[in-house]
Design a protein around this ligand. Structure first.
Ligand code: MOS
Length: 733
């Protein structure tokens, strides 16, 4: 028995861990059903043009192939046809699979083969013959950067006089960095299992970060009633942003199920995981002007990102450069280049993971140019306020991140001279960078329900994409209710549950956690009311006097089990549901998480191979609900940051307009052997403003700044600046 009276802050094991390691946790593509049909997607091989014809006769001739659905024979779809009426509707509108004959990018789904089993569907797909009218395509951001248009994003207004201060600064640097396309590649590929119900409604197991988002999408697109669509996502095998928007396998599976009045599953192959959203390629220009003492006089950050022809994808790439350091003369610019590609998509710390590469590498270059220690340079320019918003921070322990991170790492032993430290033929480099991410909160609802055995069930329509949501919500509920952890069950991943936002943006603890806490508080009030009515010893006890702990209500010498109160209530269950929203007091403050990352690399002098030997990541994210889960989040972020620095790059053959390394064999990510020691420390940060939990969320801050810290360490090791990411050995030699 694991009875913790104060479960928050404890390193509780994952409550769903056993189910996952024993294979009992079912993922979207694993739900069995008698007579289930399997769909396989046929993708375009050209990047731009039209489909002239689709010949599915050979596929349809195979016994067991039920249907081949394409734009010519698909069922009428409510919102598709509305949009079809509008000549302009393709501009700035979401991608609609099998909409018409237009091919917008290589890999676009053009047909869905439905068969008795997956193998047959895939084989039949290989027999579908598509003829195209090919039109010229553009997929290379580099060649079209002069055609960039301003991104439709709300950037902070320029402040001060950037141009004049930059021109007049004692030292000015004008630097260009570039980052590649990256794909999410969660372990679980996208899948939707649509279970066709007897009453014509749909139960859908979908790989998504937001079941209610997918519910309203399916409802709208197919013109269904809300109660006809229920989306489940009990377990999600990683997502990182790839499940924020409904992915095309969902409408395809629904289309087939409605058309055939059968249950249908559509799973994407690993290669097809490269046929939708991704982290966009960016070109970044950093202009820093500084006084001789290191004070920043001018900061300019221009980013150009790629987008599709049909949507303008924006993220926060450059904003961080106006807030991480104090500077009165700032100019931020963000542009987009539409290409014949799919629309990019949020990927872990969207924008920040990119923009901080430019900013934090440039700060390192500035430190070197001024012969100031990189940590010292950051302290000289420490921002007490968020100047973008002109607000103080609700809390900001970044100084402690620098100090504690540096101490743990042994930064004071660093010789600033590049190539000055070595172990045999390995050049040793020490680099650092800072990180920042927003601490957001969204509206969310939760329901708490106590049964007559004292078991508490708390629910909300959020998801757990591997982040530990099941576990931390269990802890928050246990602490807020006084029910022991082992008697608490948290239920999520079902669109019929109380409203929750997407799991994303690192705001789930803040948003759903607050709702869970408030639902449990409301439940306690109900329990106390029952106690006052039914138990004389509690007749005059106030909420402040009542103590809820270990499944008991206590006041002075009187104790009563919460289970007994549930029984005494006359109801089968005692329930409380709340709608929580961000507290008004947040409005006067900027809220953010911060990090300081210290990295040691070993670079082979002769081969140019880079090994990230040691990382210390010091994080300020408010109160940590579960240090074990939180540490895992940061570890994952650091590993990904190492990948951004050294490995990850979706390579596009611009002649074909097609991603070439679309497999986990050729799309490089760090493996165990690439990862050295990672030390995560959470600095104490008290925040009464951000929410009642004092907790800011740790899903994304772990990746921010890591790639820059690795790049800075490589410079320190080798004396060579590589500004084109990833830093592969050919660029180093
Ligand atoms: Mo995250 S990119 O908000 O899943």
């Amino acid at each position: 028995m694991n009875t913790l009276t104060k479960p928050m802050g404890q390193p509780l094991d994952r409550v769903d861990g056993r189910l996952k390691v024993t294979g009992q946790a079912r993922y979207a593509g694993e739900y069995p059903e008698e007579g289930l049909l399997h769909g396989s997607v046929v993708s375009s091989s050209i990047a731009n043009g039209r489909v002239v014809s689709i010949d599915a006769s050979r596929a349809l001739a195979l016994p067991g192939v039920i249907a081949v659905i394409d734009h010519t024979n698909r069922p009428k779809i409510a919102s598709y046809d509305e949009s079809y009426d509008d000549a302009d509707s393709a501009e700035g509108s979401p991608f609609r699979p099998l909409y018409n004959d237009r091919v917008l990018y290589s890999g676009q789904p053009l047909a869905l083969v439905v068969a008795d089993n997956l193998e047959l569907a895939r084989y039949a797909g290989s027999l579908v013959k598509i003829e195209y009218e090919i039109q010229p395509h553009q997929t290379d951001l580099l060649t079209l950067q002069d055609e960039a248009h301003p991104a439709p994003a709300e950037l902070p207004e320029p402040r001060g006089n950037f141009q004049a201060e930059f021109a007049g600064a004692a030292l000015s640097l004008d630097l260009n960095y570039s980052t590649p396309i990256e794909h999410h590649n969660p372990m679980e590929p996208h899948a939707s299992t649509v279970l066709f119900q007897a009453d014509d409604s749909l139960h859908i197991h979908d790989k998504t970060q937001g079941p209610q988002n997918c519910q309203s999408y399916v409802q709208k697109v197919f013109g269904l009633e809300k109660q006809q669509v229920r989306i489940f996502a009990a377990y999600v095998g990683g997502a990182f942003g790839s499940g924020l928007r409904p992915q095309y396998q969902l409408p395809l599976a629904v289309m087939a199920a409605l058309h055939l009045k059968r249950s249908v599953r559509v799973t994407l192959t690993r290669q097809q995981m490269f046929t939708f959203g991704y982290r966009p390629r960016t070109l970044q220009r950093l202009q820093l002007g500084a006084a001789a003492n290191g004070r920043l006089l001018a900061v300019g950050h221009t980013a150009i990102g790629q987008t599709s022809r049909f949507e303008d994808f924006t993220e926060h790439v450059v904003e961080w450069s106006g807030m991480l350091y104090h500077c009165d003369n700032v100019q931020l610019t963000y542009k987009l280049v539409p290409l014949d590609v799919f629309t990019p998509l949020d990927m872990r710390a969207p924008g920040a993971a990119l923009g901080l590469i430019g900013l934090e590498c440039a700060m390192d270059e500035l430190a070197c140019a001024l012969a100031i220690d990189p940590v010292q340079l950051r302290l000289v320019n420490y921002a007490e306020r968020n100047q973008n918003e002109d607000k103080p921070y609700s809390s900001k322990e970044l100084r402690e991140c620098y100090a504690q991170g540096a101490k743990r790492f042994g930064w004071d032993q660093r010789d600033p001279e590049p190539r000055s430290m070595r172990q045999g033929h390995q050049l040793v480099g020490w680099g650092m960078a800072g990180g920042v991410w927003e601490a957001m909160q969204q509206k969310a609802s939760a329901k708490a329900s106590l049964d007559q055995n004292g078991k508490l069930t708390v629910s909300s329509a959020t998801t757990d994409i591997g982040t530990g949501t099941y576990t931390v919500m269990t802890q928050i509920a246990a602490q807020a209710s006084g029910v022991a952890v082992e008697n608490v069950t948290f239920v999520l991943g079902d669109s019929s549950l109380p409203t929750a936002p997407l799991q994303g943006g690192s705001f789930t603890v803040s948003s759903v956690g607050t709702a869970v806490q408030q639902a449990c508080e409301a439940l306690k009030e109900k329990l106390l009311a029952v106690a006052r009515q039914t138990s004389p010893a509690f007749s005059a006890v106030t909420s402040e006097q009542a103590v809820f702990e270990d499944g008991m209500l206590t006041f002075a010498d009187a104790r009563i089990a919460l289970a007994e109160l549930a029984r005494n209530s006359g109801e089968e269950k005692l329930e409380a549901q709340v709608d929580a929203e961000p507290d008004k007091k947040r409005e006067a403050y900027a809220t953010a998480t911060h990090s300081a990352v210290f990295v040691e690399v070993l670079v082979d002098e002769h081969l140019g191979t880079v090994k990230v030997n040691r990382v210390v990541s010091a994080i300020a994210a408010g109160r940590v609900v579960n240090p074990k889960m939180a540490r895992s989040q940061i570890l994952g972020g650091v590993v990904w940051g190492v990948g951004m620095a050294l490995h990850e790059e979706t390579q596009t053959d611009h002649t074909l307009g097609r991603h070439m390394n679309h497999s986990l064999a050729e799309y490089h990510i760090p493996v165990n052997a690439d990862i050295g020691d990672i030390d995560v420390l959470f600095v104490e940060e008290h925040d009464e403003i951000v929410n009642a939990l004092g907790s800011k969320g740790v899903g994304e801050i772990g990746i921010v700044g890591v790639a820059a810290a690795v790049a800075n360490a490589i410079y320190h090791a080798t004396g060579k600046r590589v500004r084109d990411f990833p830093i592969t050995l050919d660029k180093l030699l």
